[in-house]
Design a protein around this ligand. Structure first.
Ligand code: SF4
Ligand code: SF4
Length: 133
């Protein structure tokens, strides 16, 4: 029996400090993030038309335990150790991006999620998006 190749997955760097999954050092401690077209059904043509649907607004005090159903617990422990890299799995449906691949996989090495001070997922973007030619 041939073994399945490991799932391709980029490292996620995120600056959305208003999200429950944000961890200082531009880390995301969600177990998985979903990247979508901002307007469902529309094809993104630029980064601002994408969004991190897994954004979950936190209250005024940091709450790293928020959204308990989508938490990378091993990653959260690692995040407390300096120099440790943690990252969620990425599921992306933005098939107009050159990094998108079959199975809603992202083949970029690293992705940058932007939207500091965002109040809703529509204010976040996958800045790494590049339109497929
Ligand atoms: S906005 Fe998305 S990538 Fe950033 S911390 Fe929240 S869930 Fe993670
Ligand atoms: S770089 Fe492209 S394929 Fe990867 S998560 Fe961002 S929009 Fe999706």
């Amino acid at each position: 029996m041939t073994e399945k190749p490991p799932r391709v997955n980029p490292t996620v760097k995120c600056v959305v400090n208003t999200c429950n999954h944000y961890f200082p050092g531009d880390k995301c401690v969600a177990a998985n993030i979903d990247i979508l077209n901002q307007n469902v059904g529309d094809m993104s043509r630029e980064a601002s038309q994408t969004m991190c649907k897994s954004f979950s607004e936190r209250s005024s005090i940091p709450n790293y335990l928020g959204s308990l159903d989508n938490k990378n617990w091993g990653g959260l422990v690692s995040a407390l150790m300096p120099g440790q890299q943690i990252t969620p799995t990425v599921t992306c449906v933005v098939n107009s991006c050159k990094y998108w691949d079959q199975g809603d996989v992202c083949i970029a090495d690293t992705i940058a999620i932007t939207g500091r001070e965002a109040k809703e997922c529509q204010q976040t973007d996958c800045e790494t998006f590049e339109k497929r030619e």
